[in-house]
Design a protein around this ligand. Structure first.
Ligand SMILES: Nc1ncnc2c1ncn2[C@@H]1O[C@H](COP(=O)(O)OP(=O)(O)OP(=O)(O)O)[C@@H](O)[C@H]1O
Length: 72
C-alpha cells in the first residue's frame, strides 16, 4: 500500500506534463497540406518555397497564444 501511494505521488508530479489541452476548432476553410519527414530533410525549405511562389494558395500556421509575426 505504501508503494502504491508513493507511485501515485510520483505520477501526480508528472501528470500535467503528459497531455496537452485540446479545443474543438471550427472546420478549416482551406485544405491542409501536411509535410512529414525526418529532421533536416527539408520540410521547412519546401514550405517556405511553396509560400514564396504562391502566397495566395499557401500559408502557414500561427501558434496559438503567441503574437502574430510582422512581415520583415
Ligand atoms: N532540396 C534540397 N536539397 C539540398 N539541401 C536541401 C534541400 N532542401 C533543404 N536543404 C537543406 O537541408 C537543411 C535542412 O532544411 P530544412 O531546415 O528545410 O529541413 P527541416 O526538415 O525543416 O529541418 P528541421 O526538422 O530541423 O526543422 C538546410 O540546410 C537546407 O538548406
Amino acid at each position: 500500500m505504501v508503494v502504491v501511494c508513493l507511485l501515485l505521488t510520483e505520477f501526480d508530479r508528472y501528470e500535467r506534463h503528459i497531455y496537452e489541452e485540446m479545443a474543438k476548432m471550427p472546420p478549416f476553410q482551406r485544405k491542409t497540406l501536411v509535410l512529414i519527414g525526418a529532421q533536416g530533410v527539408g520540410r521547412r525549405s519546401l514550405k517556405n518555397r511553396l509560400i514564396d511562389i504562391n502566397p495566395q494558395c499557401f500559408g502557414t500556421t500561427v501558434p496559438s497564444g503567441r503574437p502574430t509575426s510582422t512581415p520583415n
